[in-house]
Design a protein around this ligand. Structure first.
Ligand SMILES: [Zn+2]
Ligand SMILES: [Zn+2]
Length: 245
């Protein structure tokens, strides 16, 4: 049956599906009215990042600042990427949204996370020419079956019309998971881990890198380095969550 034929019935089908499987909050499993939403109680507990924040890495400041300001961490060592923004803080609460999406096949959460990303990254999206996800190594991709950053990148591209290129950046070797490594070891772990497959695609372009969590920035910095070395004009980073370390 072709989908155009089904279109007039889509609303009815969705109503029946909602009746049979009422949409629930992905965190507490309480019923919600919109399948693409979080219940108000959980929504309140997510620490969305709002200004004032570091002009470069997007880390929120806990005090009032005037004008554009850069955090101590970025002042000490300026990142290779130009600017990063994240939707919310990574903590024990928001983990309940990120981890199932990343590891447990909850790809149905992608449209919701995509909405948060578009809102948090509006400023960067306005300037970007190409969306590129941080890639997984081939073996990890086989194990996990999908690249969570790729799914988000595709959704943002569809909503904004900015072209999406999932294969321009490739992860050459299987790197250890960054999660348990210290900052110094994280930098070493991802050094020279990426290559560019087609540098014509990125030449003079402003690239928007997509990833799930920004921690030390070691991975996105390494990606930014290779993208810039191959002619990218600017590299922005948009992630779902930001870890304050
Ligand atoms: Zn909830
Ligand atoms: Zn900063």
């Amino acid at each position: 049956m072709n989908r155009f034929y089904l279109k007039p019935y889509k609303k009815i089908i969705n109503t029946i599906l909602d009746f049979l499987f009422p949409p629930e909050c992905p965190i507490c499993q309480n019923p919600v009215s919109d399948p693409l939403s979080i219940c108000p109680e959980c929504f309140k507990k997510i620490k969305f990042i709002t200004p004032p924040l570091c002009e470069i890495c997007g880390r929120p400041f806990e005090f009032e600042v005037y004008g554009k300001t850069v955090c101590g961490k970025c002042l000490q060592k300026k990142p290779v990427y130009d600017q990063a923004r994240s939707a919310f803080l990574y903590d024990s609460f928001s983990k309940q949204l990120i981890l199932p999406f990343k590891y447990s096949d909850r790809t149905d959460l992608a449209p919701l996370l995509g909405q948060f990303l578009i809102r948090a990254g509006a400023e960067l999206l306005d300037q970007s020419d190409l969306i590129v996800p941080v890639p997984l190594n081939r073996w990890r991709l086989m194990k996990r079956k999908y690249n969570q950053a790729g799914i988000l990148g595709k959704i943002i591209s569809k909503k904004t019309g900015i072209p999406f290129s999932p294969f321009v950046l490739k992860r050459l070797r299987a790197t250890k998971s960054q999660e348990r490594l210290r900052e110094k070891d994280r930098i070493k772990n991802v050094r020279n881990a990426f290559i560019i497959k087609n540098n014509k695609l990125i030449k003079n372009k402003k690239i928007l890198l997509i990833d799930d969590v920004l921690t030390t920035g070691a991975t996105v910095n390494e990606c930014a380095k290779i993208l810039k070395r191959n002619g990218a004009k600017a590299v922005y980073v948009l992630t779902v969550a930001h870890t304050l370390k």
